[in-house]
Design a protein around this ligand. Structure first.
Ligand code: HEC
Length: 136
């Protein structure tokens, strides 16, 4: 009996520890969002000044922070209410990363118009999510 109780306590503690380690705070989200915006600005500057290294550095910064974002809703509640905020976030993040890669690749192939198209699509994904947030 005592063993069972001890292992239950251990399990509860490890669960608590795991959730506290993985919790994504609003402060972190805001920080990631600001870095994403900075990455986009660097990319835009690179396009305007014809500077590939700025485009690449901006895309890298954007991707690094986009890969970390989580929505401002509790995961359990999200699943229970079927609001799919986590699914949407994963989907939008993936699109942002792919379009950023496309923009860099097209620019390297000397196709600046197509690169701009992909860049615009990145911005579109940002807005898709921001429009949706008002309901979260
Ligand atoms: C998964 C949905 C989602 C996506 C995709 C997303 N955002 Fe956000 N964004 C948010 C949320 C949620 C907030 C509100 C942050 C908060 O207060 O918790 C926010 C806030 C912001 C802010 C304001 C931060 C501040 O200082 O208050 C900026 C800037 C921003 N996002 C930029 C971007 C850019 C640039 C992109 C695209 C590259 C992007 N976001 C994509 C969800 C998203």
């Amino acid at each position: 009996m005592r063993n069972i109780r001890n292992s239950l306590i251990a399990l509860t503690l490890s669960t608590l520890f795991a959730t506290s380690v993985h919790a994504y705070s609003q402060q972190e989200r805001i920080e990631d969002m600001r870095m994403m915006e900075k990455g986009l600005q660097m990319m835009q500057k690179g396009f305007l000044y014809n500077n590939l290294s700025d485009i690449e550095a901006g895309a890298a910064l954007l991707k690094k922070h986009t890969s970390k974002i989580e929505p401002p809703v509790d995961k359990e509640t999200d699943a229970f209410k079927r609001s799919y905020a986590y699914d949407l976030t994963k989907r939008e993040a993936k699109k942002i990363i792919n379009f950023a890669d496309d923009a860099v690749a097209k620019y390297k192939e000397h196709r600046p118009k197509q690169a701009m198209n992909s860049f615009t699509k990145v911005l579109k994904q940002c807005m898709t999510c921001h429009a949706r947030i008002r309901k979260w």
